[in-house]
Design a protein around this ligand. Sequence first.
Ligand SMILES: [Zn+2]
Length: 98
Amino acid sequence: MKRVFGSFNQQVVHHSKNLLEAAGIRVLIRNQYLSSAMGELPPAECQAEVWVLDDADAGRAEEVLRWKPPPGPDWRCSCGETLGGQFTQCWSCGAYRS
Ligand SMILES: [Zn+2]
């Protein structure tokens, strides 16, 4: 197994999985539910991750995933921080986008 993608954005991770499965690549998602543990685990451990079951598919998977999610408009956190649309969580206070 090989990790090909990771993100705090569950929707992006699921979208990636769908893209890969549409391309005939078998994948699974790890850490899908860990983001609720944010604050107790280091952030890097809380990313949802897409893994290919067969290492031989990793190169093709990375090509399939060579897309950028639409960033969307900036948003303002309740703490006053302005964040780019690609972020789902405030880096200043840790709050999730509502
Ligand atoms: Zn904030």
